[in-house]
Design a protein around this ligand. Structure first.
Ligand code: ADP
Length: 395
């Protein structure tokens, strides 16, 4: 009995509001603290529906929550950062903090709510709301950043892969160069050495023609070595991206006259270069790239033709395109080998005994790529070849 009195007094003196609710949601007990908190007279809350202590807008939802709790009761807090509202008898509203527990008695579940005043200054609530908003923004931003970074990483991974592939290709090309260079250089160097030894032996006056023959061989071999070296260097420069296209305005006629005159000197006996042009004579192109292209094509025309043959260079400036044809009456290219013509180091089988590196046309093609131009050819063995190039002109 004494214990009952003690419990009664704890209930009555508790510094927190205590409400006990039956399964129908009716208040069966409320301590003085909660009566005062909600502005009710002593015992006035008995038999009142619990939802009356909530703002009108939350009541319907709360009925469902309450039923759910009574079906699966367990002690828990209703959330301290959430804005929970209570409604006083005079209809004013205030923030509350609630903990829940329950007790079972004679087969009934009784929910117990521990309620305290959670009125915080308005600024605190605003700050809470603001922090929540910022947190949300930050997490969205974070997610976007993660996606961006992932994308960036993927791009750099691809770039890295490409750079590695390029590096690998360059490596392969370089070792190909080195083995070819050592092979290609050995032949003319051996020729130079043996001719130099022989020259030394032909000491007699009447052996002048023999000496001349070997001196000639030496000078040809040196010329060949120079071409070989230049071709290697040009290709290496293209491969490593050291060459780019810089168009300048030039007088096409003057450019071609000088070039054909220069080329004429390397031709065989009675070989002739004929040049003709159609259309506007002012053109804007990369002079040095174009000069290299034409030197390669014209020198091939001369080299692979007999003495006394003609190489015709016809150009046309029309609709913003410079078209050039280089036509010879030389040995031509065997049909079955034509498909390999632009492959590095390729030389057709009918050119044995004629000096060359098999790099000239590769260089021509690369230069034309830099100028956005193109090249094609027609050829018949024993009759001759014609190379056609087209270059879009800069304005
Ligand atoms: P190179 O002339 O130094 O061997 P190129 O790359 O200029 O190298 O030419 C590759 C090959 O194409 C030549 O070796 C030759 O077989 C063939 N070729 C090129 N131009 C002509 C041409 N005008 N007439 C006949 N064959 C040619």
């Amino acid at each position: 009995m004494e214990q009952d009195v003690m419990l009664q007094s704890i209930f009555a003196e508790a510094n927190i509001g205590i409400i006990i609710v039956n399964e129908q949601g009716k208040i069966i007990k409320a301590n003085p603290f909660v009566e005062k908190l909600f502005g009710y007279e002593p015992n006035e809350l008995i038999d009142v529906q619990l939802e009356e202590l909530l703002p009108q807008s939350l009541r319907a939802k709360h009925v469902a929550y309450r039923k759910n709790y009574q079906e699966n009761p367990m002690p828990r807090v209703m959330g301290s950062n959430l804005e929970l509202f209570g409604q006083k008898k005079d209809d004013s509203q205030f923030h509350v903090e609630i903990s829940l527990s329950y007790t079972k008695f004679e087969g009934q579940v009784y929910a117990i709510a521990y309620i305290s005043d959670n009125t915080k200054p308005k600024e605190l609530w605003n700050e809470l709301k603001e922090n929540k908003k910022r947190l949300l923004e930050y997490s969205t931003h974070l997610e976007e950043r993660v996606q961006e970074r992932t994308k960036e990483l993927r791009v750099s991974e691809l770039q890295l892969k490409k750079a590695l592939e390029n590096e690998k290709e360059l490596g392969v090309l370089k070792s190909k160069f080195v083995s070819l260079a050592s092979h290609e250089f050995r032949t003319p160097l051996t020729a130079i050495l043996s001719s130099a030894n022989l020259v030394e032996k032909y000491k007699k006056e009447e052996q002048q023609d023999k000496r001349e023959k070997h001196l000639n061989r030496i000078s040809n071999s040196v010329k060949h070595l120079t071409t070989l070296l230049n071709d290697f260097l040009s290709l290496e420069k293209i491969e490593t991206g050291k060459i780019s296209c810089h168009p300048v305005e030039l007088d096409w006629n003057e450019f071609m006259m000088n070039l054909t005159e220069e080329m004429q000197t390397i031709g065989k006996e009675n070989q002739k270069i004929i040049y003709k042009h159609l259309g506007e004579k002012q053109v804007t192109v990369d002079e040095s790239l174009l000069k290299n292209i034409l030197i390669n094509l014209i020198s091939n025309g001369l080299k692979y033709s007999d003495v006394g043959a003609c190489v015709e260079v016809s150009s046309k400036n029309q609709n913003g395109t410079l078209s050039i044809e280089v036509k010879d009456e030389g040995i031509g290219i065997p049909v079955e080998e034509q498909k390999h013509l632009f492959t590095q180091f390729f030389r057709a089988k009918n050119v044995e005994g004629i000096q060359g590196t098999g790099l000239g046309l590769t260089i021509v093609k690369r230069y034309l790529n830099l100028m956005n131009g193109n090249i094609r050819f027609v050829s018949e063995q024993g009759k001759g070849s014609t190379f056609f190039i087209e270059i879009p002109l800069s304005t």
